[in-house]
Design a protein around this ligand. Structure first.
Ligand code: WTA
Length: 660
């Protein structure tokens, strides 16, 4: 069972923060996709009927007759006797409806190269790629690993894989060879699709060499048979004969005729690894019909999408769930026109995002609070140089958005009028669960507010009883939802244990939340050992185990400390092995930071590493992370009487303040 700490107690509401709400303007409300609040109670009366209706907005090759099968909880089946092809829903369906000339993707490379791809073109590319993958032996039920930069071929690869009824496992391009290999092994992928590299921060960031390193680890001998390489940066990479193939050399020999087969609604669509409370990442499994239903429905409702006129842009990388649901599946299933940008917001300067919005006339913009705070730091004079008047809806995801950042986003990017939808969800939930509906909700800065129609959220105390309004507790989902995680790849026990053992009959998300007097939900952060750094999930246990794998480290404790820009930052305390003078204390900090980046990926690199002689422990030998977290945040550590040795703390405290 997930061990909790820091359970949220009741928080008195801060009256100042909630005094100002932002109701929809009459003009916005009048044109909104949803402006009748009866949708909530209609969905609540019969959630299955509601979701069946939404599912029927998709194209099924075989209609479903059964909506939800919850006979074997927590393993849900949605629309189980129906069949569909997810890629055809995102592509062929729009072409057949006469929308082939609509732009699907405006691609903007970091160096400034651009490509606009219509639905007809994207459909042909995916068909060609599907034929190529078939020739490489990919078939329904297989897994394909994708390790790519944010280029159109990443999207094409994902859709080509699922068109064949196979499942992808996209691994974020910032992950190390070790992390990539662990994911390849766990999913037993036989094919890896990658690129020579991508452009980030004005430089070539190599990917193929990392794939080579990953496959050479543990004496070689992985499940991988072939590596397909897209040429993006042309920096010159080694190609292993018999294993590695260039995409551009292979693809011309395949034609763009390909009939999509229908696959069962519960056919695996993808595995996406995410950090949990133990050292080993979890392979979150999503399936086809329910996932696509909720990803597309929420994309249309929450962003008030008008596919004929909107230009949508979500800045997430496809290596994360937001990139899956709100770059690939939601927008494409809805026939939206979207922007995909390869690089970072500060390249060549901090005006890059705003210049892209101006250039393409972006109307809906979806990003993370950490990016908003970074832009705030740079100053409003930068976005003010650009014409952002096309923007009509703004979105936020990944962590709670602090009211100050909310107001800046609203005023500076949204001209004081664009509604902000703060969307709460997780890799496990697959799609948005709590968010305002911009034509209905009076917005409150800092709150995700309202469960989506058909979603049953309940904030409970440790005993599982619903808390009163004005109180805090744990966020749970009471009823199954279509895009819910179907399991942890290869580990059904861990699935039950992680999410369902806390309360038995309901899903426990790992987040604390409170409900205000109006019934709106405020997210309060994780209550388990998962950190949220720049909107990315990291596990304290995973970083700790990477640290102790270093030959000089005897013991380590990692905490997520509050950080003004990144939300939380990784802070590690390490005890070095005393007998071995392998590493001087002075060198240790830099060396260990590098080690973590090499083991897991640059996103996991600790902000601070403190070398200490001992860690604070209880008499039963448990490390007291609460104290280490407070210390890292420069706070008073409070009561230390539960420690076996209270002296330890004064030594560590001296160290932390000395190094700072
Ligand atoms: C956090 C990202 C507050 C939360 C889609 C959750 C949020 C974790 C919000 C999931 C939000 C995400 N407000 N917290 N709007 N959105 N979170 O799996 O702690 O990368 O459990 O999915 O991010 O992160 P994941």
């Amino acid at each position: 069972m997930t061990e909790l700490h820091g359970t949220i107690e009741s928080h008195p509401l801060n009256p100042g923060e909630e005094a100002t709400t932002y109701p929809p303007t009459p003009e916005f409300r009048a044109q909104a996709n949803i402006n009748d609040s009866s949708v909530y109670w209609r969905a609540a009366q019969d959630p299955e009927a509601y979701w069946a209706g939404r599912a029927n907005e998709l194209r099924w090759t075989k209609p479903f007759t059964e909506v939800l099968d919850w006979s074997n909880p927590p393993f849900a089946k949605w629309f189980a006797d129906g069949e569909l092809n997810v890629a055809a829903n995102c592509l062929d369906r729009h072409v057949a409806a006469g929308l082939g000339d609509r732009v699907a993707i405006h691609f903007e490379g970091e160096p400034g190269d651009t490509r606009s791809i219509t639905y007809a073109e994207l459909t042909s590319e995916v068909k060609r790629a599907a034929n190529m993958l078939t020739s490489l032996g990919v078939k329904a039920g297989d897994r394909v690993a994708i390790y790519m930069p944010m280029i159109p071929e990443a999207v094409i690869s994902m859709l080509a894989v699922v068109r064949l009824g196979a499942a992808h496992s996209v691994v974020f391009g910032g992950f190390s060879a070790e992390s990539l290999r662990a994911r390849i092994d766990d999913a037993e992928a036989e094919l890896v699709i990658t690129a020579d590299g991508g452009y980030r921060k004005g430089r070539v960031s190599a990917l193929k060499p990392t794939v080579d390193d990953a496959l050479a680890l543990h004496g070689g001998g992985s499940t991988v048979q072939k590596v397909l390489v897209v040429e993006r940066t042309a920096q010159g990479v080694a190609m292993e004969a018999g294993r590695d193939l260039w995409w551009h050399e292979e693809i011309p020999s395949f034609d763009d005729q390909h009939e999509p087969l229908g696959f069962p609604a519960e056919n695996p669509l993808f595995i996406l690894y995410t950090s949990g409370t133990t050292g080993k990442p979890k392979g979150i499994l999503h399936t086809s019909g329910g996932y696509l239903t909720q990803a597309s429905a929420t994309h249309r409702d929450v962003f008030d999408l008008k596919p004929e006129t909107d230009v949508y842009w979500c800045t997430a990388d496809i290596g994360w769930i937001t990139g899956h649901s709100y770059v690939v599946y939601g927008p494409l299933a809805n026939g939206a026109t979207q922007v995909i940008y390869e690089g970072t917001p500060e390249t060549p300067d901090w005006g890059r995002w705003w210049s892209i919005i101006q250039k393409y006339g972006v109307t809906i913009f979806y990003t993370a609070p950490t990016a908003i705070r970074a832009c705030m730091k740079v100053g409003r004079q930068v976005p003010e140089q650009y014409d952002l008047s096309s923007i009509r809806v703004l979105g936020s995801v990944g962590e709670p958005i602090n009211p100050e950042a909310w107001r800046w986003y609203h005023e500076v990017i949204g001209a004081g009028s664009a509604p902000i939808v703060d969307t709460w969800w997780q890799t496990e939930t697959g799609a948005i669960m709590i968010a305002p509906l911009p034509g209905l909700t009076s917005l409150k800065p800092g709150s995700a507010q309202v469960p989506q129609p058909g979603i049953d959220i309940s904030i409970v105390n440790d005993a599982g009883d619903r808390v009163d309004r004005g109180q805090g507790g744990l966020l749970t989902v009471r009823k199954p939802w279509p895009s819910m995680v179907r399991g942890i790849w290869g580990d059904p026990d861990r699935f039950v244990d992680t999410y369902w053992s806390q309360f038995g009959d309901r899903y426990f998300a790992g987040d604390g939340a409170r409900v205000d007097e109006d019934g709106d939900v405020w997210l309060m952060g994780r209550v388990d050992d998962v950190m949220n750094v720049s909107g990315h999930r990291l596990s304290t246990a995973e970083i700790e185990s990477a640290l102790v794998e270093h030959h000089a480290v005897a013991e380590s404790a990692v905490v997520g400390a509050d950080d003004e820009t990144t939300g939380q930052a990784v802070v590690a305390y390490c005890v070095l092995k005393s007998q071995q003078n392998i590493l001087s204390e002075e060198d240790a900090e830099g060396e260990l930071k590098k080690h973590v980046a090499a083991q897991i990926g640059a996103i996991a690199r600790p902000r601070n590493i403190y070398i200490v002689n001992e860690l604070p422990k209880t008499r039963s030998g448990k490390i007291v992370r609460r104290i280490l977290k407070q210390l890292a945040e420069g706070k008073d550590v409070g009561d230390t009487s539960t420690l076996a040795d209270t002296m330890v703390m004064s030594v560590i405290q001296a160290k932390v303040s000395g190094i700072k």
